[in-house]
Design a binder for this molecule. Structure first.
Ligand code: EPU
Length: 303
């Protein structure tokens, strides 16, 4: 039997050695052993079959806005949904493909006089990534508006529809497995005034510009907030703004954002995260849990 991954390459359904750095907001890290851009269910089914025949680590990629890819890349298959999965339809329920950008959902729904998803303007990721992580900002998170989601399970090769209540959504977490892809999600909205919605969107955008280091290479909040406190406030209070490892440093603007100079290595970001985590633990007893995802091999961590 020939290698199923070779078959996918030959069929044009996968590519080998694809550089990932341009597909992440940090713009660093190495290539994917295999990369699948899925624009139809049959490509997903073929990928599931290949995984069943010849298992590899799986990484589902959205906008790469919460992700650090290791310097030697990802030794498995990276799957990204293509444009076919980026549609947005508005009605009482707003339906968006897994590859749709959350800011785009906010703008489209608001322009169509739907209210309730404006907060998504502040989350620079995809619908799929947002659901997976129960992303949120400005007092709202995905669980507040999610009704149902269609999932494709790469382990079983099957599609299913689940309700938000099936996903065990809590602060920045769900029970979605790394092999479950969010193909589409449906969000509850109310009737709203487009001008009021646009004003809310402007307010959120302005707040982010004032408080977060936009225009730099970063991946949003590095750590989850511990119960009742803010990781940024804690890191700042310990005087750690500006702390650096190589080209990676704690932002002077917001201490829970770690910014990278062009040319920074993923290992430097990883070591900075470990260093800040250790310092916070030693000085406050609080063990901050990373929110950003590391993919691939890092020094003391394996795959
Ligand atoms: N603070 C400091 N110093 C800093 C940063 C913050 O003292 O360097 C203080 C602020 O003054 C404020 C408190 O810490 O009193 C909280 O800061 P902020 O309002 O910026 O909110 P956050 O808890 O740091 C959370 C989300 C963000 C989201 C904002 C706005 C998490 C981990 N982060 O940030 O989400 O944009 O609220 O709603 O929940 C993300 O998840 O990637 C993300 C950016």
């Amino acid at each position: 039997m020939s290698d199923p991954w070779r078959r996918l390459l030959a069929a044009g359904q996968a590519q080998a050695g694809v550089e990932l750095r341009g597909l992440t907001t940090y713009k660093l890290g190495g290539p994917a052993a295999y990369f699948v851009e899925a624009n139809d269910p049959s490509t997903l089914a073929a990928t599931a079959e290949a995984l069943a025949d010849s298992p590899l680590p799986v990484l589902i990629l959205g906008r790469g806005s919460n992700l650090v890819i290791a310097d030697d890349g990802f030794p498995g298959v990276v799957i990204r949904l293509g444009r076919r999965f980026a549609g947005i339809e508005t009605g009482e329920v707003v339906t968006a493909g897994g590859a749709a950008g959350l800011p785009q959902v906010a703008r489209t729904a608001t322009a169509a006089a739907r209210r309730g998803v404006e907060f998504m303007i502040g989350i620079p990721g995809t619908v799929g990534g947002g659901v997976r992580q129960n992303a949120g900002c400005f007092g709202s998170e995905m669980v507040d508006v999610l009704e149902t989601a269609d999932l494709f399970d790469l382990g079983r090769g099957e599609t299913s529809t689940v309700g938000a209540g099936d996903l065990a959504m809590a602060y920045r977490q769900t029970n979605l497995a790394p092999t479950q892809i969010v193909l589409e999600a449906r969000f509850r909205t109310d009737a709203g005034d487009p001008d009021e919605g646009a004003a809310r969107i402007r307010e959120i955008t302005r707040w982010r510009r004032l408080h977060q280091p936009g225009g730099t290479l970063n991946a949003g909040s590095v750590f989850k907030n511990p119960p009742g406190d803010s990781a940024g406030r804690i890191i700042d209070s310990l005087g750690l703004k500006g702390t650096a490892v190589g080209g990676a440093s704690v932002s002077e603007k917001h201490a829970n954002f770690f910014v990278a100079m062009p040319g920074t290595k993923a290992s430097e970001v990883y070591l900075l995260v470990a260093k800040v985590r250790e310092t916070v633990k030693a000085r406050t007893g609080i063990d901050l849990e990373p929110e950003i995802q590391f993919a691939g091999r890092f020094a003391d961590r394996g795959e």
